[in-house]
Design a protein around this ligand. Structure first.
Ligand SMILES: Cc1cc2nc3c(=O)[nH]c(=O)nc-3n(C[C@H](O)[C@H](O)[C@H](O)COP(=O)(O)OP(=O)(O)OC[C@H]3O[C@@H](n4cnc5c(N)ncnc54)[C@H](O)[C@@H]3O)c2cc1C
Length: 466
């Protein structure tokens, strides 16, 4: 019976443990998690009638991995789809005003958010030549090359903020936006690629009537998913343990996980699913080169400011997802989610719940501001952008130091070197959001792929030892 250590109890580690139990008979899995709470970045908090998320807010079903996993865990009745208006109406803060972002190609060609010149570039995108070589570039450079500077500035820059809280001029298009990269490669243009993917989606799921993904959470927040996974894995198999070092006992083919407090335990298989800098720290005595590559994956820090207002104090209709701010606007807020408009039950009757994101690549210093200073700054911004008339009666500030890994240009080269180096360490696996996708869907999918790799390796090595 293989004994497996999974270091890190976020969605990556939990999804891996769940799948591995299905693939390997009699496996003994221990999830070692440094914090008291399980779930990592996923944490749904219930307070004063509000349900707010400290980290992620939902997952799309355009990649079905999380939705399928939720159904498998018998959570279907607790799933909560985003409101239709939230799916359709997303705003940009431009020149201090909220402007509706068109949700279709035709909408983009008729909106007054873009100049005639930008619309012309967009219409001509399908005739732009494919990139001739396979070198990487930033998503900003990619957009500039295909649709011009204005669209890169007004649409792509806030899009990157919304996903990575990152700098579009530094995030890799190949690693950060693999679907766009594939569209250019396979269809020669993004507009042709989008059209094909909409058609395919409607063909495979005609009853949804949707040509793009639906956003999901649960009635009680995303913590429902990580709690259900923890229950399935067995709470007694989850230990509070801060891993600090990993050793390989080659003679006995065992991995020895050492903790900060002098504890140690040996395993047949070790998987690191904690953030990259912790992985690098744990691996540095085992393989300095591997640790160096992993530690070169940078992270951004974020502050999430949650605010509850009386509905009457918010004069604009909150019929949408929220808004994003292009970095050229130089505002304190990266974006605001109108949480109580996105999902049902997020705020008590007569109140609304908003969540502002700040910090990230453009304003990292904001994450270190005092709670009061930060909350006042956010409130002032909301007064300007949303004309809010009275201060919030509910405020929470969550700080995520090293919140989101940034897939910089040439990130895929690092992944290749890591994968090659790992072949020197049989029985050691790395997963988590630092490598092959940051969304919950990516984490679930990568964890599932890792479970397949581990079970194959274990079954092969067992055959060899007979
Ligand atoms: C503010 C915010 C908003 C986001 N919004 C969305 C969204 O709406 N949709 C979406 O799909 N994604 C979103 N994301 C991204 C997504 O939440 C994360 O990429 C994903 O949850 C990461 O999961 P993980 O398990 O890989 O890592 P983590 O959740 O970081 O889990 C790693 C775990 O390892 C533990 N750990 C660390 N060091 C050690 C150690 N030495 N020993 C043992 N354990 C250790 C940590 O305590 C943690 O529990 C968001 C992220 C943030 C921060």
């Amino acid at each position: 019976m293989p004994k497996v250590a999974i270091i890190g109890g976020g969605i990556s580690g939990l999804a891996l443990a769940y799948r591995l139990r299905q693939y390997l008979a009699d496996v003994d899995i221990q999830i070692l998690e440094s914090e008291k709470n399980i779930g990592g970045k996923i944490s749904s908090i219930h307070e004063q009638g509000f349900i707010y998320e400290s980290g992620p807010n939902g997952f799309l079903d355009s990649n079905p991995s999380t939705l399928n996993l939720s159904k498998e865990l018998c959570l279907s009745s607790q799933l909560s789809p985003a409101n239709d208006a939230a799916a359709k109406n997303r705003f940009l803060l431009l020149g201090g005003k909220l402007r509706l972002l068109p949700s279709s190609f035709i909408g983009l060609l008729t909106t007054d958010v873009l100049s005639l010149r930008a619309k012309f570039s967009l219409a001509m995108e399908r005739f732009q030549p494919r990139k001739q070589d396979s070198s990487d570039e930033s998503i900003y450079a990619f957009a500039q090359r295909r649709v011009g500077t204005e669209i890169a500035e007004k649409l792509v820059d806030p899009f990157v903020t919304g996903i990575y809280a990152g700098d579009a001029r530094q995030v890799s298009y190949q690693a950060g936006f693999p679907r766009l990269a594939a569209m250019e490669k396979n269809y020669g243009s993004i507009s042709k690629g989008l059209k094909a993917s909409r058609k395919a989606r409607l063909a495979t799921n005609p009853e949804s009537g949707r040509s793009s993904g639906q956003l999901w959470s649960f009635d009680q927040g995303l913590g429902t998913l990580t709690d259900a996974l923890a229950d399935r894995c067995g709470r007694s198999k989850i230990r509070q343990f801060q891993a600090s070092n990993l050793k390989h006992d080659k003679d006995n083919k065992k991995w020895i996980v050492e903790g900060g407090n002098g504890e140690s335990e040996s395993f047949d298989i070790a998987v690191l699913s904690c953030p990259a800098m912790q992985q690098a720290q744990i691996l540095k005595n085992l393989d300095e080169k591997l640790a160096d590559i992993i530690s070169s994956i940078p992270y951004n820090s974020l502050a999430v400011v949650v605010m509850g207002f009386r509905s009457g104090d918010v004069p604009i209709p909150l019929d949408g997802f929220g808004y994003l701010t292009p970095s050229s606007e130089n505002r304190s807020i990266l974006g605001v989610q109108w949480c109580s408009s996105i999902y049902r039950g997020r705020a008590p009757a007569g109140s609304v719940l908003l969540r502002a994101m700040c910090g990230g690549a453009s304003r990292p210093e904001m994450v270190d501001l005092d709670d009061d200073v930060l909350a006042k700054m956010i409130y002032r911004e909301l007064q300007l952008s949303m004309k809010i008339q009275a201060p919030p009666y509910f405020v929470k500030v969550i700080r995520w130091k090293n919140a989101i890994p940034q897939y910089m240009v040439n990130h895929l080269d690092k992944i290749q070197s890591i994968d090659e180096t790992l072949t020197n360490h049989p029985g050691l696996y790395l997963t988590g959001n630092a490598y092959k996708g940051i969304s919950i869907n990516d984490c679930v999918e990568n964890a599932e792929n890792t479970a397949v790799q581990i079970s194959r390796w274990w079954n092969r090595s067992k055959e060899r030892s007979f």
